[in-house]
Design a protein around this ligand. Structure first.
Ligand code: HEM
Ligand code: HEM
Length: 180
């Protein structure tokens, strides 16, 4: 297999798209929950999705650390490779930090933490009004918007590779290599 057709393996691809859809739903739900108010209670679903993201992201991170990504096309300038790697590793960090910060500050709140109405999720030992609860809340809000911005760049870069550079960077995350 030449470098140009090296694809992500099936596990990496399924985890990428599953987690990606859930995160996009949570960013939209998180931002929409204020305007929606009591019209539709977004937050219980938001929290449950967040816990799914946390669990799947730990699996994904373990998988990624044991299964290196296929190398980017050799023709890409060094700065683009560095930018792609910086974005990807920030995403891995956000996949853990976002749900964890939500879990931390919600533990100090009055609402119970429940997983899709099936069972309770234990609250962490965080005091209401503590610096930890306040910091986690602020981080959750700021990083949510940072992530939305990075995501626009990530999607734009994927589309540029596919439609302008016409390389296999998007398809290698979408399906197996043609000769695999
Ligand atoms: C919140 C949603 C998303 C997250 C968190 C996310 C995260 C990531 C991460 C961490 C990687 C690096 C994989 C690795 O090398 O270990 C990656 C790669 C990739 N993502 Fe996403 N992604 C998201 C949405 C999308 C969307 C909507 C698209 C397409 C329009 C997309 C297209 C790609 C492609 C093509 C790659 C492969 C890049 C390469 O080969 O270096 N992603 N994504
Ligand atoms: C993939 C994981 C997650 C993402 C991407 C995410 C994203 C967001 C975003 C963008 C907001 C809106 C911030 C704002 O407009 O102020 C938000 C709010 C919120 N999130 Fe998350 N979240 C995630 C996981 C969680 C988890 C696991 C919990 C709790 C267990 C949680 C609890 C909350 C709460 C309670 C709010 C409302 C905060 C407020 O209005 O003051 N989130 N989230």
């Amino acid at each position: 297999m030449t470098e140009a057709v090296a694809h992500y393996n099936r596990v990496a691809r399924i985890l990428h798209w599953t987690i990606g859809i859930l995160i996009i739903a949570n960013i939209i739900g998180g931002i929409a929950h204020d305007p929606l108010g009591k019209l539709f209670p977004v937050m219980p679903i938001h929290k449950s999705i967040g816990f799914v993201v946390l669990a799947l992201s730990l699996v994904r991170l373990a998988w990624r650390l044991t299964h290196p990504a296929p190398p980017l096309p050799a023709s890409l300038p060094g700065w683009e490779k560095a930018a792609a790697q910086a974005t990807h590793w920030s995403f891995y960090a956000l996949m853990i930090v976002m749900p964890m910060s939500g879990w931390i500050f919600s533990s100090a709140g009055t609402y119970p933490l429940n997983f899709f109405g099936l069972f309770d999720i234990p609250k962490l030992a965080v005091d209401k009004g503590s610096a930890l609860a306040g910091g986690a809340h602020e981080a959750h809000e700021i990083l949510g918007f940072v992530w939305a911005g990075l995501l626009v760049i990530h999607i734009g870069a994927a589309l540029r590779h596919h439609y302008i550079l016409k390389d296999n960077v998007l398809t290698r995350m979408w399906r197996s290599a043609p000769d695999a």
